[in-house]
Design a binder for this molecule. Structure first.
Ligand code: SF4
Length: 386
């Protein structure tokens, strides 16, 4: 992670480490970056994620546990499916790429950039440098360069910080272009898959495409050398047989670039926060947190959040933030807030609609619309059969 000096005179990396406390940083992955870009205006998530805070643990500690995530069974099933597809030098994957997608992949070499004996403990910087060197060699068309790259470690700039991506993908090169392969354990039944899951996989793949494009563009290659068509590999028809489909992620790439560019740099966010802010649970010798949940709640409240209903699907702190935002129209979602004339509090909306509040000058138009809506509702209810 890059570091700069914040207004407190402490480096950004040091401040983020102090905010995290004495625990190991949670690494970003494509899922967390995709989630972050769903709500780029939320400083709370940006700071906690950049600091590598375990939001799931934090949410449970303040009594608002996250209610999403894969079950242990689903994770085990996903891992088994991925291992099957990648077994024997990704033999099943190669057959799919050749047969189902008609890709002219000749004899391949397979580079596992993570699990080569003795390399597991290498630092992210070293693994990134190795991935970068191999991918650049392949892009330059070196005869002995690899074709399939498992677990390349990638890097992307988020809120002014370089973050490494958890390597859970395969990239391969065919006809001079790289493709990203995502292996997912949700089923494709009769050619159809859950649209929400495909959409989430597409945005996660787009994160990898963007990171690979940045890596190769930094070495002077045309970023288009990394295809916008990613390959989604899933189990077919309730079996363990894999199937592959091409997914065009151009739209997701455009959204991702726009959202990442809208994020405030984390050092600017830190400049507005107290120097002693920390989410350290300060465990005692037995591992029991010594800080009161109320102290953690106060620390959370220091960082501005921007709750939206979307958070429920993507952020571990969603139930905490929803409770905090209770009574605010923003908690009902941007379109509802807009439909309610942009008025901040639900109580004000109800007061204006019921003519119990005198609107301020800038609220007059919204108040007239709200009163009309309340009148219509009352008429409909009065006319409806009991
Ligand atoms: S749940 Fe809270 S912290 Fe997470 S993105 Fe939403 S507002 Fe931000």
């Amino acid at each position: 992670m890059t570091s700069s000096i914040t207004s407190t005179g402490v480096g950004t990396a040091e401040r983020l480490a102090a905010i995290r406390g004495g625990t190991t940083a949670k690494r970003h992955n494509a899922r967390t970056i995709a989630a972050l870009t769903r709500n780029p205006g939320c400083a709370r998530r940006a700071v906690l994620d950049c600091a590598g805070v375990d939001k799931q643990r934090l949410a449970a500690y303040v009594d608002f546990p996250a209610r999403f995530g894969q079950s242990g069974f689903a994770i085990a099933r996903g891992n088994a499916f991925e291992a099957q597809v990648k077994a024997s030098g990704a033999a099943e994957l190669l057959a799919l790429l050749r047969d189902r997608l008609g890709l002219p992949i000749p004899e391949v070499s397979y580079d596992d950039l993570e699990s080569v004996t003795g390399r597991e403990k290498e630092s992210a910087e070293v693994r990134y440098a190795r991935s970068r060197a191999l991918l650049i060699r392949a892009a330059a068309g070196a005869d002995d360069a690899g074709t399939l790259f498992d677990h390349p470690l990638l890097r992307i700039d988020v809120a002014g910080q370089s973050v490494y991506l958890e390597p859970d993908l395969i990239a391969f090169q065919a006809n001079g272009r790289f493709h990203v392969v995502e292996i997912k354990s949700f089923a494709v039944v009769d050619g159809q898959a859950d649209a929400g899951k495909v959409s989430a996989a597409a945005i996660q793949s787009a994160v990898y495409v963007l990171a690979m494009r940045e890596l190769l563009a930094g070495a002077g290659f045309d970023p288009e050398i990394v295809s916008h068509d990613v390959i989604l590999v899933c189990p077919r028809d309730f079996s363990n047989q894999p199937t592959a489909v091409l997914v065009d992620v151009r739209k997701q790439l455009a959204v991702l670039r726009r959202q990442l560019s809208r994020m405030t740099r984390v050092d600017q966010l830190l400049a507005a926060l107290p120097a002693d802010l920390s989410f350290d649970l300060a465990p005692d010798a037995a591992g029991v947190p010594t800080r009161e949940p109320a102290a953690i709640v106060s620390a959370l409240q220091v960082i501005e959040a921007r709750y939206a209903p979307d958070c429920l699907a993507v952020c571990e702190l969603a139930y905490f933030c929803r409770d905090e935002a209770r009574g605010c129209t923003a908690a009902l979602g941007p379109s509802t807030r807009e439909a309610l004339g942009g008025i901040e509090h639900v109580e004000t909306v109800l007061g204006l609609a019921g003519d119990r509040l005198t609107p301020a000058e800038e609220q007059e138009e919204a108040a007239a619309l709200l009163k009309a809506a309340a009148r219509l509702r009352a008429e409909v209810l009065a006319g409806s059969p009991s």
